[in-house]
Design a protein around this ligand. Structure first.
Ligand code: FES
Ligand code: FES
Length: 912
């Protein structure tokens, strides 16, 4: 054991004993400092930035013992007597964050920049990554821009209300799951498979079990034998139950094989190193087209073990459908064109890694998790372990980003198993490396689009074939295929459509739900295909879209004529395109490329549609109760992951009840709240949980007014809630007094309301990107990006803009820089942020975003969904702009400089 050591943290002496090899970050976190975060383990993300003797450092790179006798400052050390420092206030006012996970590091870096010009920020912030914001809001903070309404009134719909968590975020007080440590907590680490496919013959665990501090080594023999899907959806039947907590067959390189549960993280890791596993390799298959063949090696074995929805080799889901007569449609066409596109994997890279902490007390199981769907996670835990669902509680608190990556149960199950085996609270969290090798990616899809057109551009036939690599497990493989074959296809009103989609098992790392959820992939293929059609027919690309997009009053058709629950509840697409053309045609609308020789310019366009709910059921319940103090408790099962849903829901409820948001206390994402919600994903929260809030808000107002009328002896129609009272025919009854009166009567003022959005609506977007491409080195510069978005009424304009910017930033990363490298055994080679190339401050162009002024008839208070529409247009718009600039059409992504250069050289016939 190391010696005791002393350092000064935030002006106070801290004495303690570091673990062997412990870094300053881990030591500070273990000592209870929450203003320092763990986003990676290699100095790549900056979330752990603190000051060491007044200099910002990445504390994960500093050995704790090196700080003996030194001064360390964390974010908690900045504000004095509750007074925010100027830089903290600036981040608050600009709302320079969403999930807040990067914010500690951002502020600690920003506070030491001194006098520095705006043009220097990209360089100065090179060590700090934000995955949520797109950096514009951080830039605003540095520039002293205030993005919130300083006098928000009652905080209702339409105001830029600051996120509820803002003060805690800028002071470092937020507690993510990894920041809590119940007494006696043990740590779980796992051994992961080095081979892509094989049967486990033996696990030699004796040495690990003998290690001091190890409490258990868990193998497939300890695992419950109930299969489940890690994907979170309302209806479990839409996903294949193909996963065990621990299995005796491994199906991808990186799959967990066994787990060590120990007193400390480092002992658990050491235990893992002592375990030897014997495997009997099985042939593996990595190419989905190969895996579809009838004689391909089965990823999930023969019938008994198989979970295939169709009796074909490795095809998890086959989606075949269409409308009209596709052959007739092609016959009618004057011009037929076909495009094949391969989209790439991408990592969610939410800065907070997956984490769950489980506690077992008798037959009660409690799990705190970083999850987008606590209620479904509870159902899965109950299913896996054969428990009564009411004996399981799952809850979340602050979440550091999700983007669909936390729509999976991939830590909770093992944390519970460990807690059951040891009787102690157990934490299972992912390292950053595990996020790359053991979590999930965006589904790579091979997409062939073929359309027929009359000579004026009218589409007569639309055919699409999609092959999606779901990887070794089927989580989200089916649902993403429904999305892929639905909305982007329904954007065009062609009478003859023919769709074939195949979601296929391989021995690759599993794919999962990721913002855009399959639709981004096919939108990319369709929108680039249409660009080629426009070029061939010599029609302006926007004009081609104007001819073919759905119009107000149209039904939405894709793989069937049945519109499902989606219909056009408000239509702003024409307005999006009108405004886009107006802006781009203004003087100076098309900036020139850099003056140096070699730069060429081009514009690219894309349009998009996005459903406001998922293809399958999404439900939500809201429970509201008048408290003894006259304020309100509001329970919802939705799980804000940094996307501002708590604040948005509060605004909706405040508007409904005409009560200040300050008087409503939200309790979200806790199954003990008895307010079921399918989860925060698929764009659904404003539409579905928001709808439940409106219903419950109206109901509680009605109930209160009835009670007040009885109390005051008047008519309920004459009663109105005003602030903290009810006004009843000249009488003012404080809500606290009314609550007491009702309570004495043995009643309560509580309501519960459910909502399921049917019909649901769709949002629209149109985008233009102007790029400059350097023909000598392949570099791309975004000169201008303009997006016009139709998402109905804006509940919180600031949150809406942030969601669009966040989505577009992830789309930019997808098309320009993010690339997963795998070897021929499906092993991810670039398993660190530094090798994956997430968009940094320096990469972000200014993004011009405008919203239409539509009001949706199905939406909550006229609002449509905001979370995903931003990602659909940017990738195809960039790809189309690069084509316009270079004449080269790239069929794969990302468009990295060496790829672009090679494309240009091949196109020009240059000898290298
Ligand atoms: S946690 Fe230190 S840089 Fe990422
Ligand atoms: S706010 Fe920056 S990572 Fe979430």
């Amino acid at each position: 054991m190391a010696d005791k050591m002393t350092m000064t943290v935030n002006g106070t002496s801290l004495e303690g004993t570091p673990e062997a090899g412990e870094c300053l970050r881990s030591y500070l976190k273990r000592s209870g400092f929450t203003g320092v975060r763990r986003g990676c383990d290699q100095g790549d993300c900056g979330a752990c930035t603190v000051w060491l003797d007044d200099e910002p450092v990445h504390s994960c790179l500093v050995p704790a013992p090196r700080c003996v006798g030194h001064q360390v400052t964390t974010l908690e050390g900045l504000a004095e007597n509750g007074e925010l420092t100027d830089i903290q206030q600036a981040f608050f006012d600009a709302q320079g964050f969403q999930c807040g996970f990067c914010t500690s590091g951002m502020i600690m870096t920003a506070a030491k920049l001194g006098d520095c010009d705006e043009s220097e920020y990209p360089q100065k912030f090179r060590g700090n990554i934000c995955r949520c914001t797109g950096y514009r809001a951080i830039n605003d903070a540095m520039q002293g821009v205030c993005n919130i309404d300083r006098n928000p009134g009652h905080g209702g719909v339409g105001c830029a209300k600051a996120l509820d968590c803002s003060h805690a975020v800028v002071t470092g007080a937020t507690k993510y799951t990894g920041d809590v440590e119940p007494e006696g907590m043990l740590h779980v680490r796992v051994v992961r498979s080095p081979i892509p496919h094989g049967r486990i013959k033996a696990i030699h665990k004796e040495a690990a079990e003998a290690l001091e501090g190890v409490h258990a080594v868990l193998t497939w023999e300890d695992s419950p034998k109930r299969r489940f899907s890690t994907a979170i959806h309302d209806d479990p039947r839409v996903d294949a139950d193909d996963m065990l907590v621990l299995d005796n067959v491994v199906r991808f390189t990186g799959q967990r094989v066994c787990a060590v549960v120990a007193e400390t993280d480092s002992i658990a890791q050491e235990g893992c190193h002592l375990i030897k596993v014997d495997y009997e390799p099985i042939e593996a298959v990595f190419d989905p087209e190969e895996a579809m063949k009838d004689d391909a090696q089965r990823v999930h074995g023969q019938a008994a073990e198989s979970v295939l929805l169709r009796p074909r080799s490795n095809v998890l889901l086959e989606l075949l459908g269409g409308i009209g007569d596709i052959d007739a449609g092609f016959k009618e066409a004057d011009f037929v064109h076909e495009t094949t596109m391969q989209t790439s994997r991408a990592q969610h890279a939410h800065l907070e890694p997956h984490c769950a902490i489980a506690t077992v007390d008798g037959d009660q199981v409690t799990v705190r998790a970083s999850t987008q769907g606590p209620y479904i996670a509870r159902e899965k835990i109950a299913h896996i372990f054969g428990l009564n669902m009411l004996s399981v509680r799952v809850y979340k608190d602050q979440i550091g980003g999700g983007f669909g990556g936390k729509q999976e149960v991939i830590t909770e199950d093992l944390a519970v198993l460990a807690a059951m085996k040891t009787g102690r609270p157990c934490k299972f969290d992912f390292t950053r490396q595990e996020e790359f090798i053991g979590a999930s990616f965006r589904h790579p899809m091979k997409i062939r689009v073929k359309t027929g057109h009359t000579s004026d551009g009218t589409m007569t036939a639309f055919q699409m074939r999609v092959v999606s690599d779901t990887g070794a497990y089927g989580n989200h493989g089916g649902e993403t295929m429904f999305s892929a074959c639905h909305e982007p296809v329904s954007l065009y009103r062609c009478p003859n459509k023919d769709i074939a989609g195949y979601s296929v098992y391989t021995n690759n790392v599993p794919s999962g739900g990721f913002r855009g959820y399959g639709a981004s992939q096919t939108a990319h293929a369709i929108e680039t295909h249409l660009d080629e059609v426009a070029e061939a027919l010599k029609i302006d690309p926007i004009a081609l879209r104007r001819i073919n997009v759905v119009k107000e009053g149209d039904g939405l058709t894709a793989f069937s004529g049945d519109h499902g629950s989606h219909e056009i509840g408000s239509y702003g697409l024409e307005e999006c395109m009108d405004r886009l053309e107006e802006i781009m045609s203004q003087e100076g609308g098309l900036p020139d490329p850099p003056a140096e020789e070699g730069w060429v310019c081009g514009n690219g366009y894309a349009t998009a549609i996005q459903g406001c709910t998922p293809p399958t059921v999404h439900r939500s319940k809201a429970r509201i109760e008048l408290r003894p103090d006259g304020e309100f408790d509001y329970y919802t099962g939705s799980a804000d992951m940094g996307n501002g849903t708590d604040t948005t829901l509060l605004q909706i409820l405040a508007e409904t009840m005409q009560v200040s948001t300050d008087r409503i206390h939200i309790h979200a994402g806790d199954t003990d709240g008895d307010a079921y919600d399918t989860g925060t994903f698929a764009n659904a929260t404003t539409f579905v949980a928001g709808g439940a809030a409106v219903r419950a808000g109206n109901a509680i107002v009605e109930k209160i007014c009835k009670a007040a009328a009885k109390y005051a002896g008047c008519d309920a129609a004459d009663c109105h809630i005003v602030d903290s009272s009810v006004h009843a025919m000249g009488k003012t009854i404080p809500l606290a007094e009314l609550q007491e009166h009702v309570r004495k009567d043995g009643r309560s003022l509580q309501v519960v309301r459910n909502h399921q959005a049917d019909p649901s609506s769709v949002g629209f977007a149109a985008q233009c990107v102007r790029v400059a491409v350097n023909r000598h080195d392949g570099h791309i510069r975004i000169l201008r990006s303009v997006s016009i978005i139709d998402v109905g009424n804006l509940i919180n304009p600031m949150v809406c803009r942030g969601q669009i910017e966040g989505g577009m930033t992830q789309g930019l990363g997808w098309i320009l820089s993010e690339r997963v490298l795998m070897d021929d055994q499906g092993k991810v080679l670039n398993d660190a942020i530094r090798h994956y190339r997430l968009p940094a401050f320096a990469d972000m162009p200014p993004m011009e975003i405008e919203f239409t002024k539509t009001h949706d008839k199905h939406g909550t208070m006229g609002a449509k969904s905001i979370g995903e529409i931003g990602i659909h247009t940017i990738a195809p718009a960039v790809a189309n702009a690069v084509h316009a600039a270079t004449g080269v059409r790239f069929k794969e992504m990302p468009l990295m400089p060496h790829t672009v250069l090679k494309g240009i050289q091949d196109h020009d016939g240059v000898d290298r």
